[in-house]
Design a protein around this ligand. Structure first.
Ligand SMILES: C[S@@+](CC[C@H](N)C(=O)[O-])C[C@H]1O[C@@H](n2cnc3c(N)ncnc32)[C@H](O)[C@@H]1O
Length: 287
C-alpha cells in the first residue's frame, strides 16, 4: 500500500538538508572527468508546486525553504540555493524540486541517471518531468530491486540516494540489506540514506525512532572505507509530537563533505530551528 505523497512535504526542513547534501555530493562526483551513474531508488515526482493543495495543507515548506528564501546563505549552500532560484525563474518561490531534479542539474553529458518510483500517479509525473533529459531513465519499479541490477556500474563510479517513506517498519531493514548487498557488488559506491528523527512520546513513534537509530548504527558498521552521519533537529526530541528532525547516513562520502556541512549547519539551526533545543551533529568515521 503506497499512501505517502511527497507533495505534502516538499521543501520542508528535511528536504533542505537532504537536497543541499545531494547537491554537494553530486558536484563532488562531477569534479573528475570520468562519468558517473546516479541512482535514485525512491525518486517521487521531482518537481513540486508550493501553491498546490497538498503543499498548502501542511505548509511544511514554511519551516524549510521558505524560511531561508531570499536570505544570504553561507557560500557552501549557494549552489543549492542557485538551483532553487533557477527553477523558479523569478523572485517568487513557487516551485521546489526533488532529489532527482537537483542531481540531474549537476550531471554532465557523460553521466547517467536511473530513477525508481512505485506510486502509479507519482511515476507518471516523474516520467513527464524528466522526459526531455536523454541521460535520465525513470522506471515504475521497486528501487531496492532496481539498484541491485545496476551495480557494479560500467562507469565504475556511482552515487545512490535511498529515501524511502518508512511507512512500514520493514523498510529500515530493507535499507540496511540493500546497502549491504550493494557494497558487496560495488564497495566504492557512494550511498546517501535519509532517515527521520521521530519524537518518542507514543509507543509507535518510540519504536520507529529506535529502528532509525539502529539502522544508522548498522549502516556505519558495514565495513565501508568511510562513513558520515549528519543530523539536524528543529526542536528537542521530547518537545513536539512527530518528526523533529532528520538524518542522513552517507557511506563513502566525499572527503570534504563533513567540513562543508560544518560550514552550513549553524545557518540552518539559526534559521530553521523552532526552539532553543534545535541543533545538529556531524560524525565522520574512517576505516
Ligand atoms: C520520501 S519520497 C522520496 C522523495 C525524493 N527522494 C526527494 O527527495 O525528492 C519516497 C517515495 O518512494 C516511493 N516508494 C515507496 N516504496 C518504494 C519502492 N520500494 N521503490 C520505489 N519507490 C518507492 C513513494 O511512492 C514515494 O514517492
Amino acid at each position: 500500500m503506497l499512501s505517502y505523497r511527497h507533495s505534502f512535504h516538499a521543501g520542508n526542513h528535511a528536504d533542505v538538508l537532504k537536497h543541499w547534501l545531494c547537491v554537494l555530493t553530486a558536484q563532488y562526483m562531477g569534479q573528475k572527468d570520468k562519468p558517473f551513474l546516479y541512482v535514485d531508488t525512491h525518486a517521487a515526482v521531482g518537481v513540486y508546486s508550493l501553491q498546490s493543495r497538498d503543499a498548502k495543507k501542511t505548509s511544511e515548506s514554511d519551516g524549510g525553504i521558505k524560511a531561508i528564501w531570499g536570505k544570504k546563505v553561507p557560500a557552501v549552500m549557494q549552489p543549492y540555493m542557485d538551483l532553487v532560484q533557477s527553477i523558479n525563474k523569478s523572485e517568487k518561490l513557487n516551485l521546489y524540486p526533488g532529489s532527482p531534479w537537483f542531481v540531474q542539474q549537476c550531471l554532465r553529458a557523460q553521466d547517467k541517471a536511473r530513477l525508481y518510483e512505485l506510486h502509479p500517479q507519482d511515476f507518471v509525473l516523474l516520467n513527464k518531468n524528466f522526459k526531455e533529459y536523454r541521460n535520465v531513465k525513470a522506471e515504475k519499479a521497486d528501487g531496492f530491486v532496481g539498484v541491485k541490477s545496476l551495480l557494479p556500474p560500467p562507469q565504475k563510479r556511482a552515487m545512490v540516494v535511498i529515501d524511502p517513506p518508512y511507512e512500514q517498519e520493514h523498510e529500515y531493514k530493507m535499507v540496511v540489506q540493500s546497502v549491504k548487498d550493494s557494497l558487496k557488488r560495488f564497495p566504492g559506491g557512494t550511498f546517501v540514506v535519509w532517515y527521520p528523527l521521530i519524537n518518542r512520546r507514543s509507543m509507535n513513534s518510540a519504536n520507529k525512532q529506535n529502528m532509525a537509530e539502529k539502522m544508522a548504527g548498522q549502516l556505519s558498521r558495514l565495513g565501508a572505507k568511510s562513513f558520515l552521519d549528519v543530523r539536524f533537529w528543529v526542536n528537542g526530541k521530547d518537545e513536539n509530537p512527530g518528526m523533529y528532525g532528520s538524518g542522513l547516513a552517507v557511506i563513502n562520502p566525499p572527503w570534504n563533505l563533513a567540513g562543508q556541512l560544518e560550514e552550513g549547519m549553524p545557518f540552518l539551526v539559526e534559521n530553521l530551528g523552532q526552539t532553543e533545543q534545535a541543533g545538529y551533529s556531524v560524525d565522520y568515521l574512517e576505516g
